[in-house]
Design a protein around this ligand. Structure first.
Ligand code: MRU
Length: 337
């Protein structure tokens, strides 16, 4: 499996997801500003991976001796929707507080340890999500997924693709249909590539083909990741997820969301309150660098949509599976209450 992000003596090394699958190259971030730039530029993307990157960015900022609040503010301003970013920064802030008055050497060491620990925890969390989710995947069927919620979107193993990986490891004979995921093509470029590395059979479809195949009887379930989940179970995920969820319900196909507890935002009562990132219009007017729309075309480019909880069959976390009523089941998983 590919390494998404690592702390090294040279800096924070991340695989360049803008260049995959044609080139497997790596970017080394030596400053917290480098990390912020590469999160914004989508060199690294996917909610849990962004969280790990932010934690490592904070550690770099501490080593640089930069103003701590400025480091946290800069990293927090990179992308607004994935709550894991803010979760990781909050965790580093708590560490900062607990180390007040400690020697500088110890502070630097502890920040590096914490960032590396968040990365390792994320891999273990994804494996636990896989374990809880695999029994939900029907054998001898096709699983449809949207965007990339795989090893590349996490520190390793993946959330939605973690469920698929675990099902395959348990001996299930499944294959995957991957939506290409316009406009950034995470499905075509990343999900298919990642599944090929693991020899899991994958078929690429365009987003507009999803309804056709969901109606065909071939798809056993849908599994996607999430960027933020509100207290009532509404799920923000890559643009196009909502359409897939509605089509799944129309065709009586289970729609599963796989995400770590750090993706829950129980401070928001519903998905209407989740901030949605708007991205550059050139992602829509251009295809692989070539202009496909007329000059001066007006564009909307929301990077995420919100799927209302009534379309969500279950939410798979590292602590277990939540079902309706989500307000209760998610709270129980998050707090043990
Ligand atoms: O814009 P991206 O590529 O960061 O969006 C990624 C997604 O929407 C993923 O589905 C989500 O972050 C879950 S990743 C485990």
């Amino acid at each position: 499996m590919v390494e998404t992000i690592e702390w090294t003596p040279d800096g924070v090394v991340m695989i360049d997801q803008r260049r995959l699958p044609l080139e497997q190259t790596y970017v080394t971030c030596k400053t917290y500003q480098d990390v912020a730039h590469n999160i914004r530029a989508m060199t690294i993307r996917g909610a849990p991976a962004i969280g790990v990157a932010a934690a490592m960015g904070v550690a770099l900022g501490v080593i640089e001796g930069a103003d701590f609040d400025l480091v946290c503010e800069t990293l927090a301003a990179t992308r607004p929707t994935a709550v894991n970013l803010f979760w990781a920064i909050e965790r580093m802030k708590a560490l900062h507080k607990s180390l007040a008055g400690s020697p500088a050497d110890l502070i630097r060491l502890r920040f590096i340890q914490e960032a590396r620990q968040i990365r390792l925890e994320d891999i273990a969390i994804c494996q636990a999500i896989g374990k809880h989710g695999a029994p939900l995947v029907p054998d001898h069927k096709t699983v449809l997924t949207h965007c990339n919620a795989g090893a590349l979107a996490t520190a390793g193993y993946g959330t939605a693709l973690g469920v698929i990986r675990a099902a395959v490891e348990q001996g299930k004979e499944i294959d995957v249909f991957a939506d290409e995921t316009r406009p950034f093509l995470q499905g075509a470029r990343l999900t298919v590539w990642e599944l090929q590395q693991d020899h899991i059979p994958a078929t690429l479809i365009t987003d507009s083909m999803a309804g056709h195949f969901l109606k065909s009887g071939r798809i056993g379930c849908v599994v996607v990741g999430a960027d933020r989940i509100a207290a009532n179970g509404d799920v923000a995920n890559k643009i196009g997820t909502y359409s897939v969820a509605v089509l799944a319900k129309e065709n009586n196909i289970p729609f599963y969301v796989a995400a770590p507890i750090s993706t829950l935002d129980l401070s928001l009562s519903s998905g209407d309150l989740i901030p949605i990132e708007q991205r550059n219009s050139s992602e829509v007017t251009h295809y692989a660098g070539t202009q496909v729309a007329p000059e001066d075309t007006q564009v909307q480019n929301p990077a995420f949509d919100v799927t209302p909880h009534r379309y969500v069959t279950a939410i798979v976390t590292e602590r277990g599976v939540a079902r309706e009523p989500f307000t209760e089941s998610l709270k129980q998983l998050a707090t043990g209450a």
